[in-house]
Ligand binder design. Structure first.
Ligand SMILES: [Zn+2]
Length: 398
């Protein structure tokens, strides 16, 4: 990650036109500027990208959380219909307006930390109708706020109660009936599967991925969070954009990720919340040059959070990333995890003018604080969307 002191950044028509040391700023660019903003020595990073969220859901699971704190096991809670299926019931029961209002509160918290791109998964509807509602709402959130939203269809998140004992039929329905229709409606940017011994099998995932491939949609996978059933190796055969979690990933899997050009998405808040002990193989990922992204995994069960800065802090503290790796994980590598590397994620000419301004002494501070937000301002698509007043924006040569 290159750091430039005393820098200048030129934007035009929503794109970055030039970036470099102020002393090297071409004279014609400086003289043709219509507006100029002096950031008084503050640091500018690319707008942050949260590349893995389950932002839209009904209710929350704080009551179950309190029960677990009193000693009830997760398995007992799940046996009584708690866990993910309780969120599915709450999501189905909520109106579109209720789901939107709740999601906006979390989205606004992300935006207040400099997020300019967010991925949002379905996966709490688990009927065609409710999955469609979630994806529609995700698209609406992108219109309601200055943020680029990428939608991911995660019908293969959990087996809904009405399909109990009929997992094969459920996978057939979601892969061969729902997904083609949702894709035709323009609601799906990528397709994800929760591949796990308590989730969907590798064969199930293959069926979903084959359908995605026929539709020309990229795939992602929740892989190796709790066990290794061979998920990431399958995902790599489909040139997955990303494999996410990866606590139980082996060296052979890491080689497959590297060969496939797949990004590893690390989710340290889920690791923390579940009090896991097995870490993803960061040294091997680093050695094999697998891009490592960092995301919140915002969801009501394993990652009740809306702070990407906290995820960056935990990626450093719990997984051993360097501060440069954590920042790249929430910018450049996160863009790759969404297939957006030609649009955002870096401060480079030709990319979108999405950036965040921080009141920090160095970018290391962004993952140094655990629960403190030094954001000053945000520019999205070349427009100031947060933090700078008209007084800050001076017409050039005034
Ligand atoms: Zn997730």
């Amino acid at each position: 990650m290159t750091r430039i002191g005393d820098a200048a950044l030129v934007t035009r028509a929503g794109m970055i036109e030039w970036v470099g040391p102020l002393a090297a700023l071409p004279r014609d660019l400086a003289s043709s500027a219509t507006h100029r903003v002096d950031l008084s020595g503050r640091w500018v990073t690319p707008g942050l990208i949260d590349c893995h969220t389950h932002l839209i859901f009904g209710g929350n699971r704080s009551a179950e959380f309190a029960e677990r704190l009193r000693g009830t096991s997760y398995a007992d809670i799940a046996r009584r219909g708690g866990g993910i299926l309780s969120t599915v019931r709450a999501t189905r029961a909520a109106s579109d307006a209720q789901l939107t209002a709740a999601a906006l509160r979390r989205l606004d918290a992300l935006l207040a930390e400099g997020v300019t791109t967010v991925e949002i998964k379905s996966g709490y509807g688990l009927t065609e109708h409710d999955e469609r509602r979630m994806l529609h709402i995700a698209r609406e959130l992108g219109r309601a706020r200055p943020v680029r939203v990428r939608t991911t269809f995660l019908g293969a998140h959990a087996l809904p109660e009405e399909y109990a004992g009929r997992a094969g039929q459920y996978v057939a329905d979601l892969a061969e009936t729902w997904l083609p229709r949702l894709a035709a409606e323009g609601l799906v940017d990528a397709v994800d599967v929760f591949c796990e011994h308590i989730g969907f099998s590798v064969d199930d995932a293959q069926r979903v991925f084959a359908s995605a491939q026929r539709l020309g949609l990229p795939v992602k996978m929740h892989a190796e969070q709790l066990s290794n059933v061979g998920g990431s190796r399958l995902a790599c055969r489909y040139s997955a954009l990303s494999c996410d979690h990866l606590e139980f990933t082996t060296p052979a899997d890491v080689a497959a990720l590297a060969a496939a050009g797949t990004t590893a998405v690390l989710l340290p808040i889920a690791f923390y919340s579940l009090r896991e002990t097995r870490r993803p193989p960061v040294p091997a990922l680093r050695e094999q040059r697998v891009p490592m992204a960092v995301a919140t995994d915002c969801n009501p069960g394993s990652a009740p959070t809306a702070s990407l800065l906290l995820a960056m802090n935990m990626a450093v503290q719990l997984f051993g990333l360097t501060s440069d790796e954590a920042l790249a994980g929430a910018t450049r590598c996160a863009a790759r995890a969404l297939g957006l590397q030609t649009q955002c994620g870096e401060l480079a000419p030709g990319l979108g003018a999405d950036f965040a301004v921080w009141d920090v002494e160095s970018p290391d501070e962004l993952c140094y604080w655990a629960g403190f937000n030094p954001l000053v301002a945000v520019v999205r698509g070349g427009g100031i969307v947060r933090g700078m007043s008209d007084q800050d924006v001076r017409v050039a040569h005034d």
